[in-house]
Design a binder for this molecule. Structure first.
Ligand code: BGC
Length: 460
């Protein structure tokens, strides 16, 4: 079981959840442009309404309360409070988020604020976006504004969500906004700028804080899971998880390039060697800026792949067997990814960990009884949370778990395909229907996991 101080919560992000409001206009972000230019890809779906949280936030927090949710990770849309990315602050946007946070708190919900869940102001992208070294100052200015206006009522902050996706999908393979495929050298420059921007934001958040705030970061990756618990396989998986092999088409999809500098103060040696021809100028001062003390490390973990050791102890991929369990968006269901993800990250980085995202997409529908039955999600969560508890029981300092997501929402370039919520949204009329998993999760949170399979003699 988890102890009483364990933080149970749910997550959303602004662009995926909020929608827009005529009386509180905002600046354009790179996703507005991307959707406009890639209508075929997003099935013509856009996020103008999304879940209409922007009109319905009071009901949404009341629903959270009813469902026993006490902690909520959400993001602020940079373009709502700084429409041009820098400069003039839009007080309407500030007031809106302040009202949201106050209303969360009235419902007994603790806010966990993410600064950047991918909504780069288009005005900044037009100046080069993450490739322009000035982004370090732009992001730091934004962080200062957030701290100045919200740190009296919010205590927990994350800088950047999934830097791997920002760089890799945004600029290496173009799968997400701004949808660019830049030369390798530029993408390494982008990653370096992003890491410096993270460091500068940590300083700015703390520098303007009105109380003792706590700051973290929320990277991701697919976990290398040993195919057996034999120490040789475990060691091989660990090696693989932090390795950086030459993989130009997807180089940013790795753990160490984005976490070693932030927490250990240096880039991983293997990556420096393999990619030496593409690196930007990296100074000692840069590394100092990047490596700011953090209160916790966030980890977004959804799935993994199998690794075994060969006769020399080197990692070898083991394919999924035919018919391997998968989610509604074809992601493999591999609960041990959460156990090993926690274990490997904690051993290397030694920071308290918060699972900032975990959950699954399902092909949920409203049943004839008017309810939404999602046994697959309950099964997924029970298995993953049981594995999380295994890591917790072994002494890994896991502070909390934020289920992704509170409701179904705008799944980026997939449009409204891929329902990740524990609350169903009928996108025709925006009705919210808590799924069976929402009631199940309520019991799990209330009992600190007593009802999980692991605590009831079930084989995982
Ligand atoms: C992102 C979310 C997204 C989820 C499911 C994560 O990578 O942070 O915004 O909805 O995965 O695709």
């Amino acid at each position: 079981m988890f102890r009483d101080d364990f933080v149970w919560g749910v997550g959303t992000s602004s662009y995926q959840f909020e929608g827009d409001r005529d009386d509180v206009p905002r600046g354009l972000c790179i996703w507005d442009t991307y959707i406009e230019e890639n209508k075929a890809r997003t099935s013509g779906h856009d996020a103008k309404v999304a879940c209409d949280h922007i009109h319905k936030y009071k009901e949404d927090y009341a629903l959270m309360k009813e469902l026993g949710i006490k902690n909520y990770r959400f993001s602020i849309n940079w373009c709502r409070i700084l429409p041009n990315g820098t400069g003039e602050v839009d007080m309407k946007g500030v007031e809106l988020y302040r009202d949201m946070i106050k209303s969360m708190k009235e419902n007994g919900i603790e806010p966990y604020v993410t600064l950047y869940h991918w909504e780069l102001p288009q005005a900044l992208e037009d100046k080069g976006g993450w490739l322009n070294p000035e982004i370090v100052n732009w992001f730091s200015e934004y962080a200062a504004v957030v701290s100045q206006y919200f740190s009296d009522i919010a205590k927990y902050f994350f800088t950047i969500n999934e830097p791997q996706c920002v760089v890799g999908l945004g600029y290496v393979n173009g799968g997400k906004a701004p949808g660019k495929k830049l030369p390798m050298k530029d993408t390494f420059q982008i990653a370096h700028n992003l890491l410096k921007a993270h460091g500068a934001a940590v300083i700015a958040l703390r520098g303007h804080a009105k109380q003792d705030i706590k700051v973290g970061y929320a990277p991701t990756c697919t976990v290398a899971v040993p195919v057996t618990d034999d120490p040789k396989d475990v060691e091989a998986a660990r090696k693989k998880y932090f390795a950086m092999e030459y993989n130009p088409g997807n180089w940013a999809w790795n753990v160490s390039w984005f976490s070693d500098p932030v927490i250990l103060g240096h880039y991983p040696e293997q990556g420096m060697e393999v990619y030496k021809d593409y690196l930007p100028e990296i100074t000692d001062e840069d590394m100092k800026l990047i490596c700011q003390p953090l209160d916790f490390l966030g980890q977004n973990i959804y799935h993994g792949y199998f690794i075994k050791a060969d006769e020399n102890g080197n990692p070898v991929d083991v394919p999924y067997y035919p018919g391997f369990p998968e989610t509604g968006v074809n992601w493999p269901v591999l609960p041990r990814a959460l156990y090993y993800g926690m274990k490997f990250a904690y051993e290397r980085y030694k920071l308290p960990i918060i699972v900032t995202e975990n959950g699954m997409a399902n092909t949920d529908v409203i049943s004839l009884d008017g309810k939404v039955h999602d046994p697959q999600r309950i099964n997924y969560l029970d298995r993953y949370l049981s594995e999380l508890q295994k890591a917790y029981d072994e002494g890994i300092d896991i502070k909390g778990y934020f289920l992704w997501s509170f409701t179904d929402n705008f799944e980026w370039e997939q449009g409204y395909h891929g329902r990740f919520g524990i609350v169903y949204i009928d996108f025709n009329d925006l009705r919210r229907i808590p799924k069976d998993s929402a009631y199940w999760y309520k019991e799990i949170m209330e009992s600190n996991g007593a009802k999980l399979a692991i605590n009831n003699g079930m084989k995982l």
